[in-house]
Design a protein. Structure first.
Lengths: 366, 508, 354
């Protein structure tokens, strides 16, 4: 009798575990938590956050977690846009790195004019931000037009900008590598007197804005409908082409903000090395978040968690003294494993196994 | 007694939400043309795909050549090795290869292609079958009919024991059909067993020896052609439905509908789909129908009204007001709803929840910046789940996990929620269970009695006769007639479709 | 009577059918590319003759510089015809160069063992990626993107700095040239200099020939087209679609191996950033040469001319351009954009005709 009870409870536990495992955010959260634990294991002081002072004597928060949160900003912002693009167009935008370079180039040109090291800003930062965003959205519009109007696969369409983007950025800056006045630095670092890094605040603002937009408009529903079945969506009065285009414009806006933060970090832009291979990280973040790279349903929460996971991984590898150029090896392996798990072949394997366990549990009960 | 070339016993196959085949038996002798009959969704295609290894069967056994051991066919190649060749309804050749290549690719184990030899061989085959194509011609430059014939030529040349023709005649003209029949008789003389799937009753009786009838994935029976008159075949295909549905009847027929308000008035409307200009009027509280064979243009007509295809010519008035419908959303805003023909492809948004699927159309009409709150959406969904009796655990369930009938009800709910004045239902009963079919037909009549104007399209003429008070008859993209009142009978419809003279004919 | 008239009409339509032999899209795209190449070359000789374009050696240099790219682009054409893509070839080339150099310099490898190593790396990339794409049905772009990063990352694990070949025998072999008889240029001092061709070019052209024959004449070659044109139909026709896709990637891997070796043979150096964007050049060359991104259509001769056309455009841009370093890449992208749009327009027109 007691044996039987044990079996029932074990079956139930299995069931609970099963539902938890099946939750779409399980893999991203589990992966993030295990990475953080691994970090604590490597460095017991990993989670410590202290209030220190920077070179100018302003109070700043210091700690690994703060660094990760701050450094992940570009990734998080781009992941939001990439999630929407992936969902609606069933493909990824691989030109985000190049587009960030263009945005950075435009911002630098606006702030520095033709000087290499101006002592003052040539234009208000707001104007630079505005023009940067416009440049980003122009890139998005170009990609979006190719994808929606000419029906080219997104990855191929964005290949064009991927090829040309960094050169265009270099052209935008007139071949110079100017350094903007340090007043511009507060957006990528700290606002004097305020201890929280500005990028974190920008991230929070962007996430909040995304939440509001998803709540106050039908962007989410429309994107999903178009991504899952664009024929049916168009018979329900939607314009799939316009929605695909819109997601690329939003992606462009995200690129604008990310480029702004990135440019502000060191107040200079090297178009050929800025955010190297960030497109890979962003796609990885989207995939890590449990989103299908084949489009359709999406979870921006998942992508954001994914982005932080990537940043944690990157900073962990850096602390372990892995060469920057070798970091992609680990990411490549992870992306392959993650995508492999998502494939129908492998997931059906898992599915069969877990359901078999359940069935055997049930049989024993009966 | 002729040799049995194929024996299938107790075949089961199910898809998520659908039991496509249940305990189906099938036997084919050599030198026999065997018709496989059934309505849409009866399981004909599934049975054939199981036989050719496209689908894996859930249970059952397949024997070939009176062998004692069942064979397990896992892929089309294996089927070919067992001597089973198929010509599908859709062209399953490669358009970017040449005709000769399409005849021979995938068949030999030779590593290298001898173009000269292949082209000569192909030339001989094409000539012997009278197919107007050159071996070195790219297949995509041939007409659909020729492509179909090349597919048959390929199957014929494979020296197959079992040849499956899955609705091969639907894209051929009369002359080509006759040619095909000659070919089939020739093959019959060569002792090939032919499984012939078709919708055309005439062709079955002109050609076949035996008929196997399927209905809703179950075997109805196997009959000799001489033992089964046409009318009985139809009854077998429709099954007990006849009795069940007898009590449904459109009482509105007798009412003087012409006096009531016209909801839709189309004048010389035509669209990019190639439909010929047609006139059509739908009145308040009336159920109209478009009847015609597959590809006659019945869906294209309603798609033009809804703006699903680009309207090229003509005028459309909705409730007396002239409108330009350039996209579905404009039609929707004017109170038109359209339940599309292909539910899987054009209807459901697979991974979305039932709730999102139900509110979608109304939400789109509401606008981008005015999303429903979750509570509102849930209330809508629950209301219609209850109203239409959708069987589901919750409104959060993805629609793709429902059965076909319940999916259709969700789509129906989507359009009912928009409270249209004019609702188009294009094949709403295809591939769903009988219970739901009856419910949908009753619902149509109820909605009409409440004042909605409805256009109901179905491949099953019986269904249209029961629900519609006026039928527009189509043939080859033309409207060829309009039947009302006492003219509404199966014979009359067939007669009009077949091209007999009719006083209402308004051929342009 | 009635029947007769029908027969006549059928015959009439038959006649029309036989007459209708439209210029295929392949031929059209190929023609555009070849025309483009010769036009630009002719124009550059006329207008930029003083910058070296009139020299015959210039023509051979076009091949000398692009031998590796030609081979790699052939591999990409194969996967693109099959309806897939491979963007890992740049990464694998970098990996081949660095690992071969390390083996040559430190582990006493000779020419042939180095060649074997290069082929092996290429084949491993092709096999693993092919397996993941064909049998696990993963998206080709993602798989090969990972392959690209894996390749470059492994280079960094092997050797962070740029390295050079330090092996006399290998260097001697790689430095030797074929002298073309009777062809050459007269230099400023009036001395006749025979034109030189690298051995790698011969290899590349032989491979182009083999691949041309392979895609036209072998069962597997035709299967690539069938699978790329319509995978479902190909399956119905009895082609093993998964195996075909796998073999396409394997072949691409092999060609990337050969191409990587030619790259090493030409440059004799290796670094993490080596051959950056090579995959994009190869894809662009295939597209320019008339290979459709959607699969099923493509031509190796077109690919060859695609490489040559983009090569000459780059030379021209460099010759007329100012010192600005951004023009080559932007021109390359513009050309890619032009041909992608052209393909898209042709495809959509074709759809409308159907």
């Amino acid at each position: 009798m007691s044996k039987n009870n044990e079996k029932i409870s074990s079956a139930r536990i299995l069931q609970i575990i099963n539902t938890v495992i099946r939750h779409k955010l399980f893999i991203p959260i589990a992966f993030l938590v295990s990475l953080l634990l691994l970090n604590v294991f490597i460095n017991p002081g990993f989670l410590r956050i202290t209030l220190g002072k920077d070179s100018a004597g302003n109070p700043v928060l210091i700690g690994n977690l703060i660094n990760i949160l701050s450094n992940a900003t570009e990734l998080v912002i781009l992941a939001i846009g990439m999630t929407l693009v992936t969902a609606s167009s069933k493909g990824q935008d691989i030109s985000v790195g190049a587009a960030v370079a263009i945005v950075g180039g435009v911002i630098m040109r606006v702030l520095c004019g033709n000087e290499t090291q101006p002592s003052t800003l040539h234009a208000p930062v707001l104007l630079a931000l505005l023009l940067g965003c416009l440049a980003g959205m122009a890139c998005g519009a170009f990609n979006g037009m190719l994808v929606s109007r000419f029906q080219i696969q997104p990855m191929v369409a964005t290949l064009i900008l991927f090829t040309a983007g960094r050169s265009i950025a270099s052209m935008a800056m007139g071949g110079l590598k100017p350094k903007a006045a340090s007043a511009f630095g507060c957006y990528g670092n700290f606002i004097p007197g305020f201890p929280v890094p500005t990028p974190i605040l920008i991230t929070i603002a962007m996430i909040a804005m995304t939440c509001v937009i998803l709540k106050k408009t039908n962007l989410g529903l429309y994107t999903k409908a178009v991504g899952i079945n664009d024929k049916a969506a168009s018979l329900n009065g939607l314009h799939p082409k316009r929605i695909k285009f819109l997601t690329f414009i939003i992606m462009g806006f995200c690129v604008g903000i990310a480029g702004f933060v990135q440019a502000s970090r060191v107040q200079t832009v090297n178009p050929y090395t800025i955010v190297p291979s960030i497109e890979m990280d962003v796609i990885l973040a989207v995939a890590l978040g449990g989103n299908s790279l084949g489009g359709g349903k999406f979870s921006i929460k998942g992508s954001i968690i994914g982005a932080y996971t990537i940043q944690t991984l990157t900073s962990m590898l850096t602390t372990l003294n892995v060469n920057t150029n070798a970091v992609p090896v680990f990411k490549a392996v992870i992306i392959l494993i993650l995508v492999a798990i998502q494939t129908p072949m492998v997931s059906s394997l898992f599915h069969n196994k877990s359901s078999r366990v359940l069935i055997s549990g049930r049989k024993e009960r009966g | 007694m002729q040799k049995k070339v194929l024996k299938m016993r107790g075949i089961y196959k199910s898809f998520p939400g659908v039991k496509a085949l249940q305990n189906v038996d099938f036997t084919l002798h050599e030198g026999e043309i065997h018709a496989l009959m059934g309505e849409n969704g009866a399981g004909k295609s599934t049975l054939i795909k199981v036989l050719t290894g496209v689908y894996t069967k859930d249970a059952g056994e397949v024997y070939i050549d009176e062998a004692d051991r069942p064979v397990h066919i896992k892929s089309p190649q294996e089927a070919q090795k067992h001597g089973i060749s198929t010509v599908y309804q859709e062209i399953t050749l490669c358009p970017n290869l040449t005709v000769a290549e399409n005849l021979f690719i995938g068949r030999t184990d030779e590593l290298f292609v001898n173009w000269k030899k292949n082209n000569q061989l192909a030339e001989t085959i094409l000539k012997s079958l009278g197919i107007p194509a050159k071996p070195a011609q790219q297949l995509s430059s041939c007409s659909i009919a020729v492509q179909q014939m090349v597919a048959i030529a390929r199957a014929v040349d494979m020296e197959c024991k079992v040849l499956i023709l899955d609705e091969p005649t639907s894209s051929l003209d009369d002359q080509e059909v006759l040619k095909l029949f000659d070919l089939m008789r020739e093959l019959k003389a060569r002792n090939v067993g032919i499984i012939f799937v078709t919708h055309f009753l005439e062709q079955v009786y002109a050609l076949c020896d035996k008929i196997t009838v399927l209905r809703n994935g179950e075997l109805v029976g196997e009959y000799l052609i001489k033992d089964l008159p046409k009318i009985e075949l139809v009854a077998k295909m429709m099954g007990k439905e006849l009795g069940d549905l007898a009590n449904i009847h459109n009482n509105a027929r007798e009412e003087a509908l012409s006096k009531s308000e016209a909801v839709i008035e189309a004048t010389a409307l035509s669209s990019s789909s190639g439909i010929r200009p047609f006139d059509f009027t739908a009145y308040k509280g009336e159920v109209t129908g478009f009847a015609g064979l597959l590809g006659s243009g019945r869906s294209e007509c309603v798609r033009a009204i809804f703006g699903a295809d680009r309207v090229t010519k003509g005028r459309l008035k909705i409730k007396g007001e002239t409108v330009a419908i350039s996209s579905p959303i404009k039609a929707m805003r004017k109170g038109v709803g359209y339940l599309s023909e292909d539910r899987k492809r054009d209807g459901i948004i697979g991974d979305l929840s039932i709730r999102d699927n139900i509110i979608l159309a109304l939400q789109v009409m509401n606008g981008f910046f005015k999303p429903f709150t979750k509570a509102q959406a849930q209330a809508f969904a629950e209301e219609y789940i209850r109203l239409l009796g959708i069987k589901t655990a919750s409104a959060d369930t993805p629609i793709s996990s429902l059965s076909g009938g319940n999916q259709q009800k969700v789509i129906l709910a989507r359009w009912l929620l928009t409270h249209p004045d004019y609702l188009i239902l294009d094949e709403p009963t295809r591939g769903i269970d009988i219970g739901t079919k009856v419910e949908i037909q009753k619902l149509v009549l109820k909605l009409a009695s409440e004042g909605m104007s409805i256009t109901f399209i179905s491949s099953e003429i019986e269904e249209m006769l029961r629900t519609c008070s006026r039928l527009i008859i189509m043939r080859d993209l033309y409207v060829v007639g309009e039947l009302t009142g006492d003219d509404l009978s199966q014979d009359r419809i067939m007669y009009t479709i077949a091209g007999g003279e009719n006083q209402n004919v308004k051929k342009q | 009577m009635k029947k007769d008239s029908k027969t006549v009409s059928t015959r009439h339509s038959q006649h029309k059918l036989l007459q209708k032999q439209p210029v295929t899209d392949t031929a059209f795209l190929l023609a555009i590319t070849i025309l483009l190449f010769f036009t630009i070359y002719a124009l550059s000789i006329i207008f930029l003759g003083d910058k070296g374009f009139s020299k015959i050696q210039m023509f051979f240099n076009l091949f000398n510089e692009n031998a590796a790219l030609i081979v790699i682009a052939c591999g990409l054409s194969v996967v693109m015809i099959t309806g897939s893509i491979d963007i890992s070839v740049g990464g694998s080339t970098a990996l081949i160069c660095t690992s071969c150099i390390v083996c040559l310099n430190k582990h006493g490898f000779n020419f042939f063992t180095t060649l074997l190593l290069a082929l092996l790396i290429g084949l491993i990339f092709g096999a693993v990626q092919g397996f993941l794409i064909a049998y696990l049905e993963m998206q080709p772009f993602i798989v090969t993107l990972a392959g690209m990063f894996l390749g470059r990352g492994l280079v960094a694990l092997i050797e962070v700095n740029q390295i050079q070949v330090d092996n006399a025998a290998f260097e001697a072999l790689s430095g030797s040239r074929i002298l073309i008889p009777f062809l050459g240029d007269v230099n400023k001092k009036g001395i006749f200099i025979q034109s030189k061709l690298e051995y790698g070019v011969v290899v590349a052209l032989v491979i182009v020939g083999i691949m041309f024959w392979f895609l036209k004449k072998t069962k597997l070659g035709r299967s690539f087209y069938a699978v790329g044109g319509n995978a479902q139909s190909a399956l119905m026709l009895g082609i093993n679609v998964k195996r075909t896709k796998f073999l396409a990637h394997l072949l691409c891997g092999l060609l990337a191996g050969i191409g990587g070796f030619l790259y090493l043979f030409h440059t004799r150096s290796g670094s993490v950033q080596q051959a950056t964007g090579l995959e994009m050049d190869a894809i662009a060359a295939s597209i320019i040469g008339g290979t459709l991104l959607t699969g099923g259509v493509g031509n190796i001769i077109g690919t060859l001319f695609g490489v040559l056309a983009s090569g000459i455009v780059l030379l021209v841009v460099t010759a007329i351009g100012s010192q600005d370093p951004w023009w080559p890449q932007i021109t390359r992208a513009a050309m890619l954009c032009f041909f992608i749009l052209l393909q898209s327009i042709i495809c959509s027109r074709k759809k409308k005709q159907d």
